[in-house]
Design a protein around this ligand. Structure first.
Ligand SMILES: Nc1ncnc2c1ncn2[C@@H]1O[C@H](COP(=O)(O)OP(=O)(O)O)[C@@H](O)[C@H]1O
Ligand SMILES: [Mg+2]
Length: 484
């Protein structure tokens, strides 16, 4: 059988109550009985002393077998309302207030009655039993006296009445106990409910959480350990909620990314497919057109390749798979060389690319992953070239800034409108989709740049004015510098 907490509490409480009630009733009953017996014994002893006094010291009293003695003694017995028996030293009953004198001969010898035997031995004795003579429960008290014919005087009190009283009292104790049991039973059940109720509420809330309801709340009803438990559980739940929100957000970002990726891939693949199909179906296609189509398909393949390269990069960066290898190198020399390498691309696009070193630094030792920083620079300079105006300029430079070195890429391009500015570092975000596609962009360049610079403990910043140009800048920590 599975008991609820509430039932267990009630059960324990009521069991305790029943035990205490029964035990205390029994104890009271026992003590009461003992007290009554004691009182009766005392009363009979006093009466025996009185009877002894009458027999031994009343000068007017005739002695047995004189009939006046019996008349007198009967009066005494009657007045006390007790049964009086006089016994000689052989145990023969010579008087009994409950037996007429002419029937006395039939009364059994009393020498072996327990109270008589004890009185003969110790001077006094008492005993409780159902009388063989009158068939009633009696309490006997006997005492020996110093008299020529009477050896033992004995008084007996009927217990019927007293037993009745005791029975009444016992009944009252029983009813009282029962009543107390009932009242305390109710109180106990109420208390059990009060103790169990907050636990029950906690367990219900936990059940609700188990079913997936993270909005559940553990009610704090008391300031004790249960209250503390409720606090801890609520705290745990709110952490869980936060984790879940984070997880859902990541999930959303991930699925958005996947959607973007598949969309980005589909476009060049379809384009390639289209060009090839056209050439296959168009049987009388001249060599010129064919070459044009192949060039277009090739461009799309290049774009696809760029996309794959960037995708692999970004996913390796974001999964933490890409480890940076830091080395110390001279940023001045490095930047100068990079600009030199990018000159060809600038020329191709008719852009004037220059290197500027206003502070005249010849050495600035920095710590970084050169390979990745190359990637950053290429991305930023390529953007500056691609999103420039015809015959525009791009200036790549560096300047000390406290214990850092600032590297900037400034262009005379179209600029970026303010509302786009905060989003250009997002994956696949492009201000002008057509332009980006036309120049072979993937929309991932700046996202990769941001990741790499952040991995160097820094940030990329951008200032831009529409129609005038943009400046991208980031700083790196200098370990050692030297000026010319
Ligand atoms: N120097 C710049 N001048 C103007 N717009 C820029 C510049 N750099 C980046 N952008 C804008 O930010 C977008 C995101 O850049 P990027 O992440 O490098 O992707 P893309 O592959 O399109 O170049 C570009 O599509 C472009 O619209
Ligand atoms: Mg780019």
């Amino acid at each position: 059988m599975k008991l609820s907490l509430r039932q267990k509490f009630s059960f324990i409480f009521i069991s305790l109550l029943v035990f205490v009630t029964i035990f205390s009733s029994a104890f009271t009953n026992y003590e009461l009985q003992r007290y009554y017996r004691y009182q009766i014994g005392r009363q009979l002893e006093t009466q025996l002393d009185a009877v002894e006094y009458f027999i031994l010291y009343d000068a007017n009293l005739q002695q047995p077998p004189d009939p006046d003695f019996y008349t007198y003694i009967s009066g005494v017995a009657q007045a006390s309302g007790l049964r009086l028996t006089l016994i000689d030293s052989l145990g023969t009953v010579i008087y009994d207030s409950n037996v007429s004198p002419d029937s006395l001969f039939a009364v059994e010898n009393h020498i072996s009655r327990p109270e008589v035997r004890k009185a003969l031995k110790e001077g006094h004795g008492s005993h409780e039993r159902t009388s063989a003579t009158i068939n009633e429960p009696l309490f006997y008290s006997a005492k020996t006296i110093d008299h020529p014919t009477i050896r033992v005087i004995r008084l007996a009190i009927p217990l019927v009445e007293i037993n009745q009283v005791l029975r009444d009292v016992r009944w009252k104790i029983f009813i009282g106990g029962g009543l107390a049991l009932l009242i305390f039973g109710f109180i106990g059940t109420y208390l059990a409910n009060r103790i169990a109720s907050p636990i029950l509420k906690l367990s219900r809330a936990a059940e609700s959480v188990k079913k997936g309801n993270l909005e559940a709340y553990f009610i704090k009803e008391t300031q004790d350990e249960l209250g503390e438990l409720a606090d801890v559980l609520n705290e745990m739940l709110s952490k869980l909620r936060q984790d879940l929100i984070q997880m859902r957000r990541l999930e959303k970002v991930r699925s958005q990314f996947l959607g973007n990726v598949s969309h980005e891939l589909r476009t060049p693949i379809f384009a390639v497919q289209g060009y090839l199909e056209t050439m296959l179906n168009d049987t009388n296609c001249d060599a010129e057109t064919q070459k044009k189509f192949i060039a277009k398909a090739y461009n799309q393949a290049v774009r696809l390749n760029n996309l794959f390269t960037d995708l692999i990069d970004i996913s390796r960066i974001e999964s933490g798979e890409m480890k940076l290898t830091f080395t110390a190198f001279n940023a001045v020399k490095w930047l100068k060389n990079q600009v030199k390498d990018l000159q060809a691309s600038a020329n191709e696009n008719g852009i004037h690319l220059s290197f500027s070193n206003p502070a005249g630094l010849h050495k600035a030792l920095i710590l970084g992953d050169q390979e990745r920083l190359n990637q950053v620079l290429v991305n930023l300079v390529e953007n500056a070239i691609k999103y420039n105006r015809p015959q525009g300029t791009v200036e790549v430079g560096l300047a000390p800034l406290g214990d850092q070195i600032e590297i900037f890429i400034r262009d005379s391009g179209r600029g970026i409108a303010e509302d786009h500015l905060p989003r250009i570092f997002e994956r696949f975000y492009r201000v002008d989709k057509e332009r980006s596609r036309a120049v072979g962009g993937t929309g991932l360049g700046l996202a990769i740049v941001k990741h790499i610079i952040e991995a160097h403990g820094s940030q990329v910043k951008v200032d831009s004015w529409v129609g005038e140009g943009s400046t991208f800048r980031f700083t790196l920590k200098i370990i050692k510098e030297g000026r010319s």
